[in-house]
Design a protein around this ligand. Sequence first.
Ligand code: AVJ
Length: 318
Amino acid sequence: MPQLPLLDLEPQADDVVGECTAAMRASPRQLPCKFFYDRRGSQLFDRICELPEYYPTRTELAILHEHAPAMAARLGPRCLLIELGSGSSVKVRKLLDELVDPVGYMPIDISREHLLDAAGQIADAYPELDVQPICADYAQPMTLPEPTQPPQRRVAYFPGSTIGNLHPDEARRFLARVAGMVQQGGGLLIGVDLRKEPAVLEAAYNDAAGVTAAFNLNLLHRINREVGAGIDVDAFEHQAVWNGEASRVEMHLVARSDQHVALNGDTFHITVGESIRTECSYKHTLASFASLASEAFEVVDVWTDARQWFSVQYLEAK
Ligand code: AVJ
């Protein structure tokens, strides 16, 4: 197999201790959700996607399956597809199967090994396609390379409702950067999870088999593994709550007894019942998302499932 031309922007390794210490100083206490995804956390997340209660993955795949031809028609011929956080490049295949003469596929991912593996598999499956993997942190500003052929349109692909992890002001800044990346008239095809009954949402983040609980608690295990923090993980309990006012599901780790967490020379005292917030997963309405995006993008097409639980949206850069 020919070696793909990797563009390595040498993303900075995460400063786990520094960022966790800073987040623990906040009130209420927090830990950054991006640190869920070490090897064990990524395996647990893959299992979450298969859970009966976790509807987003299968709903998004069903929408893609049903509407990929319409999406491809919207993206048009000769587009350059840029995937933000491409991981295993699984969902994109449904699009690649339908696109007319795409000039290239640029998967961007922070994990070099995973990226090269996934990009190699895409190149094998689509021999006509120009695959240009980019190792970078898509959350940071970057300059994209020029594709080998001039594209009709640049389109960013951001599935999975990962945008839900961003607070509204962060989401607006992120969308503005993506609009700059695809240029005026370019597009963003994005998966956006929607507001629904709290019981459905809470079950999706607190499954009966306890996989999400293990995923949440793994964050403490990770900190222990990487920093030798000596946190008593069994002293914390997983909690997922719907915050209707902020329109987000929050995951917390609640202390079952008074705890001391030593990190980077700081000691944090956590009293029984106190919680550390580990993730916010915002749920939008079609109207609230259009308004969130409106500075940088116009929503042109929305595809949903029959229950309107999830949406895949095509936005055009202003
Ligand atoms: C990967 C951010 C979309 O918010 O649903 C799943 C992560 N957290 N279960 C989400 C997650 C708990 C997921 N995202």
